[in-house]
Design a protein around this ligand. Structure first.
Ligand code: UD1
Length: 419
């Protein structure tokens, strides 16, 4: 198991290329199950979560080939039960349910357990499948959905924490092959949902409104093979910009999509960092100091929960009182205890973190608990005096392509040690 040692204090300068989006690539790869013909997906990031998804597709009977960032999947004949051993490693495996149900009229996966960012129910996914005519059965830790036929329906997918991203993806993937029209109200508006819809449309699906709260899907008899380029990862982009803000100097992210980044750029700019955007670039200039903020997470186009931990790290180092409220996953504060070990002054009041900026952090051995919390610890380590040793680095490798190498290319001093 690797660990990462961040030697704090080195400024960041230069440009870094943003990878394809993990959260787009995962459901798009699952969507290749909808056709017997080959699909070619490019700009697929090299991450362990992607590796798990490709393994699941292989186990389901697909031919999978990967050449650097391009993945070809041919799902000529597929099984309908995803293997527990792999599914349990990644919650996003749940998004094979929709395409298998759409194509084979039945699918079984093991139920995702809770995870460190809280309870992760799938009731909304299942509510959507039931509305399309599927029966849902639970047995031995598995959930099975099956339907004699999938019929279009009007479905509201809004839950008590707002819309569901993978739930919207799943229902959309089942509905593209349904008999008749499906209307999804309360749909997630995330750019990753729109990216998936664009891939499905390239496969012959009829979808309108993806990227808005109402998606309308006209079922078709079958889909065909297609090629698709995954959109840039807005969370990776936001993480590099926050890294630049925390320690200082000029960093430009390239091959990014500035229009997906507004909710991240606005607070960074409000905190006093200078931002300029180009067609597919964003530059952030920082002298390592900023102003405190009041922020809350919410579904897109709001400030993303996947940037909350990194923003907590930044605001821990900014003089004054900042307040961040987590509305999407109210328990997602595992990074707080670790940041406090590095000298941060953060008080949790329910789902709100009250951060009293301390200017300086100090290096400490810390434990990565989940993907974005780990990124927050790396960012804190950039600013900390001395060295920060981050254990359980596999969390970072699940969702960031070579985070340490990319930061080092900008001037950071990060070592990866095999333990
Ligand atoms: C996706 C992202 C994840 C991001 C999250 C919210 C992927 C692979 N993952 O996860 O990085 O943090 O969106 O932007 O794209 N909920 C229910 N019932 C359900 C489903 C969800 O109550 O059936 C709740 C969740 O507990 C949470 C909220 O709805 O409070 C949003 O979750 P959701 O959008 O479904 O997250 P994911 O799609 O799993």
């Amino acid at each position: 198991m690797d660990k990462i040692i961040v030697h704090g204090g080195a400024k960041l300068t230069g440009s870094v290329r943003i990878s394809g989006s993990k959260n787009s690539a995962l459901p798009i790869l699952a969507a290749t199950l909808l056709t017997k013909e080959p699909c070619v997906i490019s700009r697929v990031p090299d991450l362990s979560d992607i590796h798990y998804m490709l393994t699941i597709l292989s186990e389901l009977g697909c031919e999978v080939e990967r050449a650097s960032g391009t993945v070809t999947v041919k799902a000529e004949n597929v099984l309908t039960e995803a293997p527990y051993d792999i599914v349990r490693k990644m919650r996003a495996s749940i998004c094979v349910l929709g395409p298998l149900l759409g194509r084979e009229k039945e699918a079984t996966v093991s139920l995702p357990g809770g995870c460190v960012i809280g309870d992760r129910p799938i009731d909304l996914h299942l509510r959507g499948f039931e509305a399309l005519g599927a029966a849902v059965r639970f047995r031995s830790g598995n959930v099975k959905v099956l339907a004699p036929e999938i019929r279009g329906a009007t479905i509201n997918l809004r839950g008590k924490f707002g819309s569901t991203v993978l739930g919207t993806d799943n229902v959309m993937m089942a509905a593209v092959l349904a008999e008749g029209t499906t209307v999804i109200d309360g749909a997630a508006e995330e750019p990753e949902v729109e990216d998936l819809a664009n891939f499905l449309i390239a496969m012959g699906a009829k979808i309108e409104g993806a990227g808005t709260r109402r998606i309308i899907i006209e079922g078709v008899k079958e889909l065909h093979g297609a090629e698709h380029d995954v959109i840039p990862d807005r969370i990776e982009a936001g993480t590099f910009l926050t890294a630049a803000a925390i320690i200082g100097n000029d960093v430009t992210i390239t091959r990014a999509e500035p229009k997906h980044l507004k909710a991240i750029l606005d607070p960074l700019s409000q905190a006093g960092f200078l931002i300029s955007t180009g067609k597919d670039t964003v530059t952030l200039r920082s002298n390592g100091t900023g102003h405190p903020l009041k922020l809350e997470t919410s579904p897109y186009p709001g400030f993303p929960t996947d940037m909350q931990a990194q923003m907590c790290a930044l605001l821990s180092t900014v003089d004054g009182i900042s307040v961040i409220t987590e509305n999407v996953f109210p328990q997602r504060f595992m990074h707080v205890a670790e940041l406090k070990r590095m000298g941060a002054n953060i008080e949790l009041q329910g789902a709100t973190a009250v951060i009293n900026g301390v200017g300086k952090l100090s290096g400490a051995p810390v434990m990565a608990s989940d993907l974005r919390a780990s990124a927050a610890l790396v960012l804190a380590g950039l600013k900390a005096e001395n060295s920060t040793e981050i254990n359980r680095v596999y969390h970072i490798d699940r969702g960031y392509e070579s985070l340490d190498e990319k930061l080092n290319a900008l001037g950071a001093q990060i070592e990866r040690v095999k333990v």
